[in-house]
Design a protein around this ligand. Structure first.
Ligand code: 5GP
Length: 152
């Protein structure tokens, strides 16, 4: 997997396209969704995925490079760049369908009893590689603390 080839974020200072959008009547500068990102291609069926669950609003599949025994990606079917974009722009039906999918996948894979974690990386500080909103669902082992403490 090469993030640069898959329409993913490139490192600091990239010329990622910007556009003006309206959010609640205000003109704001926002990044535009890149239709050529790898998850858009998965949604269009142009590249395969190991699907574990699907509903009207969301698709869940195994991460190609798992960081835990259970590592699933849950993505909305609509064109949202990040959790922030999704949270602001998605309809109530999309928001609900997406969270239902996350819950269903966790139940299906039996990770909630021992414990699990969802996380969503956003932007450069968050090290987001694929610019289509996704939640990582991790489980099947002790996941340790939430994030590495900052070196002092
Ligand atoms: P991010 O850093 O954007 O939160 O994570 C992107 C995730 O997508 C990574 O964990 C990476 O392994 C996964 N990924 C990247 N390309 C593919 C792919 O083509 N198929 C699947 N199933 N996962 C991918």
């Amino acid at each position: 997997y090469d993030p640069k080839k898959s329409g993913a974020f490139s490192p600091v200072g990239s010329g990622f396209p910007a556009s003006m959008r309206r959010i609640r009547g205000k003109r704001i500068k926002a990044m535009s969704y890149n239709n050529e990102n790898i998850f858009a291609k998965i949604l269009r069926g142009e590249i395969p995925c190991d699907k574990v669950y699907e509903n009207d609003q969301a698709l869940a599949f195994k991460d190609i490079n798992p960081q835990a025994p259970v590592h699933i990606l849950v993505i909305p079917k609509g064109p949202y760049i990040s959790y922030a974009d999704f949270g602001q722009q998605a309809s109530d039906a999309e928001l609900a369908g997406f969270m239902r999918a996350v819950g269903e996948v966790a139940k299906q894979l039996g990770v909630t009893e021992r414990g699990s974690r969802i996380l969503s990386n956003q932007g450069e500080d968050g090290h987001q590689e694929v610019p289509h909103f996704h939640v990582h669902l991790l489980g099947g082992k002790n996941l340790g603390r939430m994030i590495k403490p900052i070196d002092k």
